[in-house]
Write a protein that binds this ligand. Structure first.
Ligand SMILES: Cc1cc2nc3c(=O)[nH]c(=O)nc-3n(C[C@H](O)[C@H](O)[C@H](O)COP(=O)(O)O)c2cc1C
Length: 325
């Protein structure tokens, strides 16, 4: 089996895993706008996969379409055996790799011992990596933060991870305590590159935090040529075309919104339950940069179906609701 991490050309771009965002519908949207080199799924809990109901939901979340590929499955939890069991199944599901989430700051996730809480239980983290690796031929990677409380924790924490012979390591350049409230610590990139080069030169290093778009990736690559990959998260909300050089017009954004609605409808037919409410979080991605945008968003908030949304959008455009271009 070919290893995706050795095939990707440097510097490669990645759409960050984002719960409630990077499902197959939004991946199709970004594929249409201009895809990154690599997609990740939202994270899936390894222990919920152990129950029958959880397994069904997880399998739905982990459905991969041909156009998603190459794509990495991201998983989280704290039970090494469960990491191994899920790792076993992922190989036949179309994934190019398996990523362990050791960075999520969510209180519930951390209370359950997962995500960034792993930084505080390094022996358990090592055991989870070991079980994942022993149970799959897929390359195993980790996404994490600099530390739990203090930035200097990165020295021990990232060294420990780099000693696990990982295929790739993504570092979100903040601590768990910092959440996303402070600027990403780009000043630590040279030190992190040095650690990677000393301990695990074969492990691909991906940097994450506040990266805006392709142009920003170019700038960062010029400054830090030894970083292999650049992962963009929230930048995609500011510009869903961020993996291209395009600055979209309002019409292009509106067209992409309609495409999003079409993909939503397609997926809603395929799965048992695909709620409408979370779709509202995306309105601002497409409707944000023209006079009347916020009024239109308010009107769209009352819609309960994609048909209503399309009607309101058509009415807005037909009534000359905004200055095209
Ligand atoms: C809505 C949302 C959901 C997220 N869900 C996940 C997740 O499932 N797994 C993960 O590793 N990180 C998750 N993250 C963190 C992002 O992957 C990324 O590390 C973070 O947003 C910093 O990158 P940025 O500054 O480019 O946004 C999430 C972030 C957001 C905003």
């Amino acid at each position: 089996m070919s290893n995706i991490w050795t095939i990707l050309e440097t510097p490669f771009t990645v759409l960050a895993p984002m719960e409630g965002v990077t499902d197959c519908v939004f991946r199709a949207v970004i594929e249409k706008a201009g895809r990154p080199d690599l997609f990740y799924t939202e994270f899936t809990n390894v222990s919920s996969f152990a129950s029958e109901k959880g397994r069904h939901d997880a399998l739905e979340r982990l459905t991969v379409k041909e156009k998603d590929k190459p794509i990495i499955a991201q998983i989280w939890g704290k039970n090494p055996e469960h990491f191994g069991n899920l790792a076993k199944e992922l190989e036949s599901m179309g994934f190019s790799g398996l990523d362990l989430n050791f960075g999520c700051p969510d209180r519930h996730v951390n209370k359950a011992g997962g995500g960034a809480a792993m930084i505080k239980t390094p022996d358990l983290a090592v055991e989870c990596i070991k079980q994942a690796k022993e149970n799959t031929n897929l390359p195993v990677s980790v996404k994490t933060r600099l530390g739990f409380t203090y930035t200097h924790e990165y020295k021990d924490w990232l060294s420990l991870l780099l000693n696990q012979n990982l295929a790739a390591l993504t570092v979100h350049l903040r601590t768990r305590k910092e959440m996303s409230k402070v600027p990403a610590h780009y000043e630590l990139i040279p030190e992190i590159i040095k650690l990677r080069n000393e301990i695990a030169p074969e492990t691909k290093l991906i940097i994450n935090g506040d990266i805006r778009d392709k142009n920003h990736v170019r700038e960062l690559h010029e400054k830090y040529p030894e970083v292999d990959g650049f992962m963009i998260g929230r930048g995609v909300f500011a510009n869903p075309f961020c993996f291209t050089d395009k600055i979209p017009t309002k019409d292009e954004l509106l067209d992409l919104f309609k495409f999003h609605l079409d993909k939503y409808d397609e997926h809603a037919k395929e799965v048992e339950r695909y709620p409408f409410e979370p779709l509202k979080h995306f309105y601002k991605v497409y409707i944000n940069s023209f006079d009347g945008a916020s009024d239109l968003r308010v009107k769209l908030m009352d819609c309960k179906t994609t048909t209503e949304l399309r009607d309101k959008l058509s009415h807005f455009v037909a009534s000359g609701g905004y200055d095209r271009g």
